[in-house]
Design a protein. Sequence first.
Length: 307
Amino acid sequence: MTTWPAVLFALLAAASNALATVLQRRAARTVPLSAGLRLGLLVDLLHRAVWLGGMLAVVAAACFQALALSQGALSVVQPLFVLELPLALLIGRVLLGGRIPRSGWVGVALLVVGLGSALAAAAPTIGTTHAPFDRWVPALAVCAAVIVTAVSAALRRGAGGVRAACFAGATAVGYALTAAMLKDATHAWQTGGPAAFFSAWQTYGFALTGVLAIFLLENAMQSGPLTASQPVLTLGDALLSLSLGVTLFDERVRTGWWLLPEAVGVALVLWGAMLLSRVALARDLTGAQDEAPATVREGTGPGPADI
């Protein structure tokens, strides 16, 4: 196995996810607004070709991700998904209009340079394509404990940055765990075909965890500003995927003095993600709230002006 096919498929997956985000957001603009949960929303969207196009892009992204994970290391593939946000901004500018300010372009440059620097310094190596079950048990236990802890912490806080960051942290764990199980499931397909794939527990595991991650992401976006959730999600997914790649699949990264350029690259990615999360077009694409309502901000209750 070589790295370049994995990188190519990972970039195609990130681009497909970005296109799906933009198309689904454009479709959402064409349906009537509703103050509450409207069951007819899905029916309305099904009649819109742009929304169906977005769903096809989601399917394409899943296929590209599976191909990437079958060809390369988890610690290489998943970090490349941080490029989804800048790609969504570029596609959104074309399809939805809007303007990317100078700070947005700086954010894109910082994120790309930081990601490239961190991966070049870490130089992850391809390990095994299958993780034994005795490694999965502690990994699943730790990931489940982190998700439960993060969600519990989020539920104890009012709407705002801390709540959004906690939900984003839980989402990051879900995304990383989904990718790890998908990698193992693709190994089952390669070695035993469709029968082995559909009989493997990892197949149903990544499907359930993926749905959970999407649910947690929606809560993160609705709980507070994108500036609180996006950096946690961006770095969390990449770092946790790297950890799972090392512990489950025997992937290796360089340590020693290489940790310095790796840390610099991570810092640049974090800086870029924070800048991009402040771009109005990014908030429009995700549907994230800029600020919690006055009556539910963190640590506050209704004041005289709210009564």
